[in-house]
Design a protein around this ligand. Structure first.
Ligand SMILES: Nc1nc2c(ncn2[C@@H]2O[C@@H]3COP(=O)(O)O[C@H]4[C@@H](O)[C@H](n5cnc6c(=O)[nH]c(N)nc65)O[C@@H]4COP(=O)(O)O[C@H]3[C@H]2O)c(=O)[nH]1
Length: 708
């Protein structure tokens, strides 16, 4: 209520004051009023007086607005507003109130409550207006409302469950939709009831501990808890809690998020990271983990364990010839057989491809007894895995090779043990496969020697340490040189000259034979070209024999490579004879035959090397388009002394004759051997008797001597 001249206070104080003093007093009150007070002429709003507050609030000093009307200075937002205010004063003597807006000099709008009252003074009718500026208050209220709305929206639309409970009683005060989604309970189900009446928190005793933690640390963040929904299902939730004071009551603001799916996904990822997807067996990472646990455990209990490293013999052939789906099924059957034959506490792992590892733990007894136990188990596994399996109409039999390392005898770290079991496996394979081999310290040396050899071999080609020797092949009838076999030589920087038998297999296994084999072919063709150019050999009556390893032959572009090489050196195709071994037919006979036919079509011929030492299947031989058989030197060597070998040589010669194949004997060292062969009508041979393998220059000299 504005203070006016008629106000009780004024009148009360006025009783004791003179008119002059009253006027002064009024002026003081007028100016000191915390509200805006304005005196205008009733009829037109001419500004007669305004207090300081008016001046500061609306930016109109008295000097600027005196003598102007309120409409002229734009105080009202609209002229009707003023009329409404005037009208209100007509119906009551009391100050009339009106919610309105006034505009300040700089155009800003002020919301306020306007009290107006007519004052009848001696010189006319006036309007005393008191404006209580509510702008800030209204703005603050609006901001509060907006903020409340914002929070209410955030509260209700949050994907997370948000719950407010009283801290001590556990009474639900408010829950959002997220809570209903998570728990299955609606707000009306729970509000005003306590958390103790539900089992939404699977273990309610945790609540006390959480409250304690809040008291100590001020909050709880991202705690993984178990919840239970209305259907009784357990859910894993991530919970954060903050303390809250509502109307003086300590409360808890709880946000919870269902992380069950996330946990499942995490568990799945974890599983995938530690398991092989095809067989679901533990993979290398998990095996290594279990192995290190086992090593510690066995040590503590003074027990032994064993690591069995298994690999399936010729598994690649199954994949290559019957396809990967059959290969996969074989691996699954092997997995099932392995799992069925070990104890639950043992681990069967797949390291990849056809490599499996069985970790046997807790073996008691003396070392001999443990070795015996493990060997018996390995043998059982070997027999079990070798049982035939029937897949896709195929009867398959896969045999394993098994390497064994004893824990802790053969290593104290997972890596060492695995490496040693692998070394033993390698030895088992080397000894003819389908075998079991226990690690032995001497194997370590062999393995590291082999590794060194492999590393040295990798650099041999680039360092120019390889060369080719040529061993002449002779026709006894006329003692003519009818060909030469190119033989690889390696001059090792520290070990000196190494025979191919010491490194060809390493090259074959490591794949280096592809690159080196290419080089051999090129080198032989280059020499052939030179000899031809010098007319030291007859393009129509000479065979340049090059050994081709199975892996080299299996290259998909092998035919093109050979053709390209011959073209590059301008060598007649018929000059080239490829020496293959029976190993070539182990894989995909049809493909081998197709490739051979392609090469034969180009004029290239084939000799079957080391005949008699391998499978020597007549079925293969009949189907393979070879031109010649080479009698292995092991038979030739003893043919004159051992009747068995003599018989074998005789049989090979007869077989060659009946299949219409040429025949050549290798390793002929004595005249006696030569005579024996001649008597069988075997006239072609190579061997020290005629010449050792010679360097290209040496061979050239030999040829030159014969032509001169
Ligand atoms: N005791 C005796 N030995 C004789 C006699 N005449 C020749 N030899 C040796 O017998 C081997 C004949 O070669 P191979 O049977 O193809 O057997 C070869 C062949 O399988 C392989 N090899 C050699 N060079 C190559 C090559 O360039 N590529 C491939 N893939 N394998 C090769 O290494 C094997 C051994 O080669 P080398 O050590 O050069 O041994 C050669 C040769 O030096 C003899 O009268 N008495």
């Amino acid at each position: 209520m504005p203070i006016t001249a008629d106000s009780p206070l004024f009148q009360l104080t006025g009783l004791a004051l003179t008119a002059k003093e009253s006027e002064k007093h009024f002026a003081t009150l007028f100016n000191l009023s915390p509200n805006v007070v304005l005196l205008t002429r009733f009829e037109d709003g001419l500004i007669c007086n305004a207090n300081r507050h008016f001046e500061t609030t609306f930016g109109w000093p008295m000097s600027d607005c005196m003598g102007r009307t309120t409409l002229e200075i734009g105080l009202w937002m609209a002229a009707q507003h003023r009329e409404m205010a005037l009208e209100k004063t007509l119906v009551t003597d009391e100050p009339a109130s009106l919610e309105t807006q006034w505009r300040s000099r700089d155009g800003r709008t002020h919301d306020g409550t306007l009290y107006t009252q007519q004052i009848d003074l001696s010189d006319g009718l006036y309007l005393l207006s008191t404006f209580i500026d509510n702008t800030e208050h209204i703005r603050a209220q609006q901001a509060l409302k907006a903020s409340e709305e914002k929070f209410a929206r955030a509260f209700h639309s949050s994907p997370d469950a948000i719950i407010i409970t009283e801290r001590d009683s556990g009474r639900y005060i408010e829950v959002n939709d997220g809570f209903s989604r998570l728990s299955g309970y609606s707000a009306s189900d729970v509000v005003n009831r306590t958390v103790f009446e539900f089992s939404i928190m699977a273990d309610i005793t945790q609540r006390t501990r959480l409250i304690q933690e809040i008291e100590e640390k001020g909050k709880v963040r991202n705690r993984e808890l178990l919840g239970r929904n209305k259907d009784g299902e357990l859910i894993t939730v991530d919970v954060s809690i903050d303390p809250l004071l509502l109307d003086g009551t300590p409360c808890l603001l709880i946000t919870a998020r269902d992380i069950s799916q996330l946990k499942n996904a995490q568990a799945q990822i974890q599983h995938l990271a530690y398991h092989d997807s095809l067989t679901n067996l533990p993979n290398r990472a998990l095996l290594m983990d279990r192995l290190s646990q086992q090593i510690a455990l066995l040590k503590r209990h003074n027990l032994r364990g064993a690591l069995l490293f298994l690999d399936l013999d010729h598994f690649k052939h199954i994949n290559d010839s019957l396809g990967h789906p059959v290969g996969d099924s074989v691996l699954k059957i092997i997995t099932a057989r392995l799992e069925a034959s070990v104890r639950l506490e043992d681990t069967v792992a797949r390291l990849g491809g056809d490599e499996f590892v069985v970790l046997i733990s807790g073996l008691e007894g003396s070392r001999e007894e443990v070795v015996d136990q493990v060997q018996r188990l390995a043998n059982t596994l070997r027999e079990l895995l070798s049982e035939p399996m029937f897949l896709d109409g195929h009867r398959l039999q896969v045999t394993p090779s098994i390497g064994i390392a004893l824990i802790p005898d053969h290593g104290s770290t997972p890596a060492d043990l695995l490496k040693r079991a692998d070394i033993a496996l390698y030895r088992a394979k080397d000894s003819g496969r389908n075998a079991i081999q226990m690690f032995h310290a001497t194997m370590q040396k062999a393995a590291s020697d082999r590794l060194r050899l492999e590393n040295d071999l990798r650099q041999a080609l680039a360092r120019g340490e390889f060369s080719l020797s040529y061993q002449p092949q002779v026709d006894t009838r006329g003692n003519r040189i009818v060909g030469a076999e190119a033989l690889l030589r390696w001059q090792h920087p520290s070990l000196g000259h190494l025979a191919p038998s010491q490194f060809i297999q390493v090259m074959e296994e490591s794949g280096m034979i592809l690159e080196v084999g290419n080089w051999i072919l090129e080198e032989a063709c280059k020499t052939g070209r030179e000899l031809l150019g010098k007319e030291l050999i007859d393009g129509n009556d000479f065979s340049l024999c090059v050994n081709i390893s199975p892996r080299q032959f299996r290259q998909s572009d092998f035919v093109e490579r050979v053709e390209r090489c011959l073209r590059t050196y301008g060598l007649p195709n018929r000059l080239l004879k490829l020496e293959i071994t029976e190993g070539i037919v182990i894989q995909n006979l049809d493909d081998t035959i197709a490739k051979m036919l392609q090469l034969k079509h180009l004029g290239i011929s084939f000799a079957m090397d080391d005949f008699g030492t391998g499978y020597s299947s007549l079925t293969y031989l009949k189907r393979l388009p070879v031109d010649a058989l080479k009698i292995d030197q092991s038979f030739v060597r003893d043919a004159t002394t051992d009747p068995n070998d003599a018989e074998i040589v005789r049989a090979i010669v007869a077989m060659a004759a009946s299949l219409n194949l040429a025949i050549i004997a290798e390793g002929v060292e004595t005249q006696e051997q030569l005579d024996f062969l001649a008597q069988l009508d075997c006239h072609f041979y190579q061997g020290f008797l005629f010449s050792e393998p010679l360097s290209a220059a040496g061979f050239e000299t030999l040829l030159r001597g014969r032509f001169l």
